[in-house]
Ligand binder design. Structure first.
Ligand code: SAM
Length: 350
């Protein structure tokens, strides 16, 4: 079987790279506001080598995240280098060389490579065109309220809302679309924003995706009662306008819906009430170069340590294959045996 598979037969095609665990926002569902970066980051050349090996093994989608990825100086250049990993830039195995080039039969040309980025949008407006020119395909922008005051309460950053809105619009205008807007719903903060976001999706021509709050926050405040579930979101949105479900890809995390009049689309990512682990195609690399096979992993796997000890590309590939075999079958959110992940979201890369 070509490509990268785990022991449950899931194809691993989707890589998330966190390029920093620093963030300029302190969202209530993510951070306490007291902790800063805990793990540091690596030179881009190191992430690039990891990405190149993984693309050679069958990764077809790379998402850059953090922390806040746009805080990293050099992010545009990194996107440009990643874009060179697309098939036309991928060296075939026959041109294999020492450390740093594709070696041996373990590698095969990838059919395509999508490069995306998730950002809080604060710095996006000024960077959107350069990111697009460098080869970025799409952005997802996090925004948790369609209202400046509520946004400030959630992000704990005053005056952020206008920057984020400008970022979303700039991304759309330069062609980094369809722009997706992620909204984490947390009871007591923004569950009344469902219909405003429905209006926003229609007016701004973006795909809003509601995300169920997961127990990955620094403050460990999660409880089942704080989660606004898929059923509740759908019921609320249907009070606004009739909606219908549209087909979504097997490994897509979001269930997709559109308004019956054809204007506007939204999605719901429901890992708590409707887990989709059976179709998970993701692995993550943390800002300090560890592989995580699940958001809820209680351990990680030090890929960067392998590089530091001088491993060649084939050895890295072997290490990665072994790690992927350990990918967890599913998460245990809300179950009696749930063990919190060994890192919180900001230090993993969502
Ligand atoms: N700073 C960037 C941003 O704000 O999009 C990228 C990193 S952020 C950790 C990635 C995504 O994780 C965001 O869409 C954020 O809303 C989501 N997220 C963070 N904590 C979460 C939690 N406890 N449950 C669900 N989603 C969460």
């Amino acid at each position: 079987m070509a490509g990268l598979h785990d022991k449950f037969g899931r194809a691993i095609t989707d890589l998330r790279i966190s390029v920093t665990d620093r963030c300029n926002y302190k969202c209530v569902y993510c951070r306490t506001g007291n902790e800063g970066a805990l793990y540091g980051d690596l030179p881009f050349a190191d992430y690039l080598r990891m990405a190149r090996v993984l693309v050679g093994m069958g990764i077809t989608k790379i998402r850059l995240t953090g922390g806040e990825p746009l805080l990293r100086n050099g992010i545009v250049g990194f996107v440009r280098e990643l874009a060179k990993l697309r098939p036309q830039g991928l060296k075939p195995p026959s041109s294999a060389g020492a450390n740093g080039t594709a070696e041996g039969a373990a590698f095969h040309a990838t059919p395509s490579l999508e490069i995306a980025l998730t950002t809080n949008g604060h710095l996006l407006a000024d960077m959107a065109q350069r990111l697009k020119d460098a080869g970025l395909d799409r952005v997802t922008v996090s925004m948790d309220a369609v209202d400046p005051d509520r946004s400030a309460r959630i992000t704990r950053v005053p005056n952020g809302f206008d920057h984020v809105l400008a970022g979303i619009r700039a991304a759309r205008e330069v062609g980094l679309g369809p722009v997706k807007v992620n909204c984490v719903l947390m009871r007591g903060f923004n569950e009344d924003q469902i219909i405003p976001f429905g209006m926003f999706a229609r007016e701004e021509n973006v795909i809003v995706r509601f995300i169920e709050f997961m127990p990955l926050e620094e403050g460990r405040t999660w409880a089942p009662s704080t989660v606004v579930t898929l059923d509740e979101i759908l019921a609320r949105m249907s009070e606004y306008l009739p909606v219908m479900e549209i087909e979504h890809g097997r490994s897509e995390t979001a269930r997709r819906y559109r308004f019956e009049d054809g204007i506007g689309e939204f999605g719901i990512i429901a890992p708590v009430s409707h887990p989709f682990c059976g179709h998970c195609s993701r692995i993550r690399i943390t800002s300090d170069g560890k592989i995580r096979t699940c958001l809820f992993s209680v351990w990680d796997h030090d890929l960067h340590a392998q590089m530091r000890r001088g491993a060649g590309d084939e050895e890295l590939a072997e290490f990665i294959r072994g790690v992927v075999m350990k990918k967890e079958e599913r998460h245990h959110i809300g179950e009696a045996d749930f063990v919190p992940a060994s890192r919180t979201m900001v230090h993993i890369g969502g």
